[in-house]
Design a protein around this ligand. Structure first.
Ligand code: C2G
Length: 129
């Protein structure tokens, strides 16, 4: 059983998120996702439109996702990888190189982001109209 682990805010769930989760799920047998809590988002300098509960429920409803858990701080990844026996940590390449320290625990993969879509762009477009 090959387990993939990833993390993210996943606010205003969009095609970029779906395509990433789809590609991640294809890397193994199960995909577990750490969804950033509202408190952790504040630490990331992000204010999500949807609450953690709503974002976690939406990600959990995605057919590519097997389980979700709260991402509460930067330092929890190593413990999560061991807790969930993850074989691969993977994330979009906007984080290229940032999590190479996790190579001590599992394979680390950065996948190309989907171009021309982001939660920020969605919010900006809606604000202009
Ligand atoms: N993503 C993507 N293509 C996009 C937008 C996002 O592939 N057009 C990917 C990101 O690279 C990330 C995931 O979707 O892997 C979730 O993106 P965000 O919700 O923006 O997550 P982020 O704020 O980057 O949080 O500890 C890691 C952080 O929690 C990651």
């Amino acid at each position: 059983m090959k387990t993939i682990i990833t993390y993210g805010t996943f606010d205003l769930f969009h095609i970029g998120h779906v395509r990433l989760l789809e590609r991640l799920s294809a890397l193994g047998d199960q995909l577990i996702v750490g969804v950033s809590t509202d408190e952790f988002n504040a630490m990331k300098g992000k204010m999500a439109f949807f609450s953690y509960r709503q974002r976690a429920e939406i990600v959990s409803a995605c057919r590519f996702v097997d389980a979700v858990f709260p991402e509460q701080h930067w330092q929890q990844k190593a413990r999560d990888i061991q807790t969930y026996h993850a074989d691969i940590f993977a994330i979009g390449d906007d984080w290229q190189g940032k999590f190479d320290d996790l190579k001590k625990y599992c394979q680390v993969v950065y996948l190309p982001r989907t171009e021309d879509i982001s939660t920020t762009e969605i919010k900006d477009n809606l604000a202009r109209n």
